[in-house]
Design a protein around this ligand. Structure first.
Ligand SMILES: NC(=O)c1ccc[n+]([C@@H]2O[C@H](COP(=O)([O-])OP(=O)(O)OC[C@H]3O[C@@H](n4cnc5c(N)ncnc54)[C@H](OP(=O)(O)O)[C@@H]3O)[C@@H](O)[C@H]2O)c1
Length: 241
């Protein structure tokens, strides 16, 4: 059975881990929280490594602990730092870039020898963008800039690492996870944002994790270089009215 590394295991990454474990896959989980991560790893029969991806060398060591061969990697780490341009400091923009884009770049780089060691016909990398790259929103300068880099990285690595390694990204709209709690805690705000989606609701982690599991799996063996919206239609459709 394939073995996957999942980095970032609370919201979408945690649901993805449960999907993959339920279908008998091996898992190596990496996240920052030293209390929740071991409990999740024990529950799913996974190995794990606690690491803060912003710390020099920590991500690379955590990935190396997965062993010499893996079949896929999902980088599910991210941030939502929404402010008008004038209030975003250089340091905040740089931190968003480091966490979302450079972290993904470093993760794939560190995992490359193990991905090349996969005995599957193709190994797979899954990254995360946001609806706010394809569709412009106010107050999203920092995160849209960082995730735009992730989309460029996705297509570049898909070309560079073919035919052995497939690379895709998912671009969600607002999804009910701990990351989005500041936007979904108020039912009034959540309902107002939900109404902006043609499908008239916010995303749930399961909406995203199902596609994530498919893209990592051998069933998606002829899909690479794609950025796929899981966004209730928000990036591409005009709603009623
Ligand atoms: N939720 C949304 O509305 C939404 C929308 C668009 C895009 N996305 C993207 O979707 C992906 C998954 O997001 P999510 O909503 O599932 O987020 P989440 O629930 O907050 O999970 C993010 C994970 O990243 C980990 N993490 C954050 N900073 C870290 C660091 N410095 N070092 C190591 N781990 C770190 C967290 O670890 P701990 O829990 O261990 O602290 C957590 O497991 C992200 O790339 C996000 O940008 C989400």
């Amino acid at each position: 059975m394939p073995t996957y590394i999942i980095i970032g295991t609370s919201g979408i990454g945690g649901t993805l881990a449960r999907h993959l474990a339920a279908t008998g896959n091996g898992l190596h989980l990496i996240s920052r929280n030293a209390e929740r991560l071991p409990a999740l790893a024990t529950e799913l029969g996974a190995s794990h490594a606690v690491a803060d991806v912003m710390q020099e060398g920590a991500l690379e060591a955590a990935i190396a602990a997965a062993g010499p061969s893996i079949d896929g990697l999902a980088y599910c780490v991210g941030s939502i730092n929404l402010k008008p341009l004038g209030r975003v400091s250089d340091a905040e923009a740089l931190a968003d870039f480091q966490l979302n884009a450079l972290g993904a770049f470093r993760a794939v780089k560190a995992a490359l020898p193990a991905l090349k060691g996969s005995v599957q016909p193709t190994a797979s990398v899954l990254l995360f963008s946001t609806v706010a790259v394809r569709q412009g929103f106010t107050s999203h300068a920092s995160i849209a800039m960082a995730k735009g880099a992730v989309e460029g990285l996705t297509r570049t690595l898909a070309a560079e690492l073919a035919p052995k390694i497939r690379v895709n990204a998912i671009a969600p709209s607002l999804t009910r996870t701990p990351l989005a709690a500041s936007l979904t805690a108020s039912e009034q705000t959540a309902n107002a944002i939900a109404a902006l989606h043609p499908l008239q609701r916010l995303g749930e982690p399961e909406d995203v994790a199902g596609l994530a599991a498919l893209l990592l799996s051998p069933q998606a063996g002829w899909i690479t270089g794609q950025v796929i919206g899981v966004d209730g239609g928000r990036s591409s459709l005009r709603g009623r009215g």
